[in-house]
Design a protein around this ligand. Structure first.
Ligand SMILES: Nc1ncnc2c1ncn2[C@@H]1O[C@H](COP(=O)(O)OP(=O)(O)O)[C@@H](O)[C@H]1O
Ligand SMILES: [Mg+2]
Length: 322
């Protein structure tokens, strides 16, 4: 089974697509077979980062025409072992993919003949995004070293937590109704915290206990992009701390990527920076993320052997490379 690596963020413009393209290439260059999937429905541009024209059928063909299978949509990228499933410019970005179509796509994604399947997700917290993010316990959340970006990422993880909890109960079950009701009330600001609520729920039977286990098994990995200075660590730790305290989710750090003018130039040149200039600060940071992810068994903790989550060490390393 292919290992899924969804890439999400609270808001757009943080570098998801650039990271997806370069991370995919880094993994492919390390000998893995990789499929990049553009799931940013309505805003697909992963093909641009790879210099591929948007004239191929994409994910939209799967959503609307059910006879096609995902492997029919694979496009060569010109790089060994790296394939692309393009997005679909024709698909309205706001369309919610029906649950059964989503499930089928997920099953197809996992059975692709690849070591890694990297999912470039749209921004925000729609169910399309959240459900694909939950396809793996080790999704990446991209943040910038700004408080707004941290809070957007936290809001995204909160939606992920609610969705994971709700989906642990069968449709129309009292458990699911309780979660949805709590989510609605919570949005208006109630006293009970999410974690307290989840614990209360867990007293309610075996389904709820599974729900808590599912939450605890989530291991989202933050990648800080467009980093500038050592003080950035503070903001990363803020995301980790509020996610642990309020949601019971432990966020790990998978990488720290420096702001690098060569990134914009590479997008303009329609070639991943890792290909254009592997020695650039951003490309080196990407290579480090790729080897860190590949070294950790699927779903296992990243071996950062640092009780603080290792962000400071990642920043140190990036500084030394710049
Ligand atoms: N580390 C970086 N340094 C400088 N510019 C970057 C960096 N990462 C991304 N960018 C720029 O940010 C913009 C948005 O990136 P993109 O990958 O399209 O974001 P998203 O997919 O999250 O919307 C692009 O113009 C890209 O060149
Ligand atoms: Mg994008």
């Amino acid at each position: 089974m292919a290992r899924l690596l969804p890439i999400a963020s609270g808001k757009g413009g943080v570098g998801k697509s650039v990271i997806a393209a370069n991370l995919g290439l880094a993994l492919a260059r390390s000998g893995r077979t990789v499929v990049l999937v553009d799931l940013d429905l309505g805003g697909s541009n992963l093909h641009t980062c790879l210099g591929i024209r948007n004239r191929h059928a994409g994910i939209g063909a799967l959503v609307w025409k059910r006879e096609r299978s995902l492997s029919d949509l694979l496009v060569e990228t010109g790089y060994d072992r790296l394939w692309l499933v393009p997005g679909d410019g024709l698909l309205p970005g706001t369309a919610n993919i029906e649950w059964f179509a989503k499930k089928r796509i997920l099953k197809d994604l996992e059975s692709l003949p690849a070591d890694f399947v990297v999912l470039d997700l749209g921004a925000g917290s729609s169910y399309n995004v959240v459900d694909f993010f939950l396809a793996s316990s080790e999704g990446l959340v991209v943040i910038r070293p700004e408080i707004t970006s941290v809070l957007n990422a936290y809001a995204f993880l909160k939606t992920v937590a609610f969705r994971a909890l709700s989906r642990s109960f069968p449709d129309r079950s009292p458990g699911r109704a309780a979660v949805n009701e709590f989510a609605a009330v919570k949005n208006e600001g109630s006293g009970l915290s999410f974690l307290d609520f989840a614990r209360e729920l867990s007293a309610g039977g075996p389904g709820a206990a599974t729900a808590l286990e599912r939450l605890a098994a989530l291991r989202p990995r933050a990648v800080m992009n467009m980093g500038r200075e050592p003080g950035d660590a503070e903001l990363g730790y803020r995301l980790r701390d509020i996610s642990a305290k309020n949601l019971g989710i432990s966020v790990e750090f998978a990488g720290y990527l420096l702001e690098d003018p060569a990134v914009g130039a590479s997008v303009g040149a329609r070639r991943p920076l890792l290909d254009l200039d592997p020695a650039s600060p951003f490309a080196r940071g990407i290579s480090a993320v790729a080897s860190r992810l590949a070294a950790a068994p699927a779903g296992a903790a990243l071996a950062l052997d640092d009780p603080d989550g290792g962000l400071e060490r990642l920043i140190d390393e990036a500084g030394g490379e710049a």
